[in-house]
Design a binder for this molecule. Structure first.
Ligand code: ATP
Length: 249
């Protein structure tokens, strides 16, 4: 389990994250929802070790990693897919994937992982030699996740993976994220797409101006009025109530 307690982060005098506590279990998808500027990326970066903390602790499977640099966290099996994907545009798909395997020297193991990722994302196998910049947005997102999976993570942090994807691709991507979690990976899914992300998640947190304002089982939050009003476009987003059929009509 990843257990972060009382995380606070500031950029100069601006407090971007204040006293945030969050838990992430292996095998679960945990969603963090929030509007633009709520502090979601800052939370991902705080967990990944990419921004200094004002206060707080991060424990990974009982080990205190609060002061562990970002590259060590990858070795401790915490991988991150940043917003914007962070791919090397001129490098091929397979070379981008290879970069994710830096935590291991074992060629057989690396080959095994690559084959596994090609099974999850067959499109990447078809495009193995293609420069990543020439891939579609959805394919690039698959590649970014595939690259993170090359480090065989126990925990995966995904920062708005659906950004820029069509509804159909988003739905495919979220199904794949669910499958990754079902293999035992703890996925933190930071999203603005509340409706679809809550469907595949066990737990959810709601962030507003750097603070957690609601949390609980994802299925419960799907029907929470504040979530619906703020992120799902109001109550219209819920299925219309079923009208009772009149017998004998
Ligand atoms: P979005 O969904 O738009 O990506 P977010 O929820 O991920 O937003 P953050 O990127 O974490 O939000 O930003 C939280 C707040 O911190 C915002 O007000 C943002 O302007 C500010 N902020 C983020 N990064 C920096 C920085 N490097 N320097 C100064 N302020 C920053």
């Amino acid at each position: 389990m990843i257990e972060a307690k009382n995380l606070s982060v500031s950029y100069g005098r601006h407090i971007a994250l204040e006293d945030v506590s969050i838990k992430l279990d292996r095998g679960d998808v945990t969603v963090v929802l929030g509007a633009n500027g709520a502090g979601k990326t800052t939370l991902v970066n705080a967990l990944a070790g990419m921004v200094p903390l004002l206060s707080g602790t991060v424990m990974l499977d009982g080990r205190n990693i609060t002061f562990e640099p970002a590259h060590n966290r990858v070795k401790l099996r915490l991988a991150t897919v940043p917003q914007g994907r962070g791919l090397f545009p001129d490098m091929s798909v397979e070379d981008n994937l290879s970069l994710g395997s830096f935590v291991s020297d074992d060629k057989d193991e690396i080959e095994f992982r690559r084959a596994e990722i090609f099974r999850v994302f067959p499109r990447l196998k078809e495009r193995a030699k293609q420069a990543s910049s020439t891939m579609s947005g959805g394919e690039q997102q698959m590649l970014a996740i595939g690259r993170a999976l090359m480090s065989s993570p126990a925990y995966l942090l995904l920062d708005e993976p659906s950004l820029g994807l069509s509804p159909v691709l988003t739905s495919e991507l979220f199904k794949t994220i669910r499958k990754i979690a079902d293999k035992g990976v703890g996925v933190l899914l930071v999203e603005q797409n509340a409706l679809q992300s809550l469907k595949i998640a066990e737990q959810a947190y709601l962030v507003e101006t750097g603070r957690i304002v609601d949390q609980g089982p994802a299925q419960g939050l799907r029907y929470d009025a504040s979530v619906i009003d703020t992120y799902l476009g109001g109550r219209k987003a819920l299925p219309a109530p079923v009208k009772p059929k009149l017998i004998g009509n």
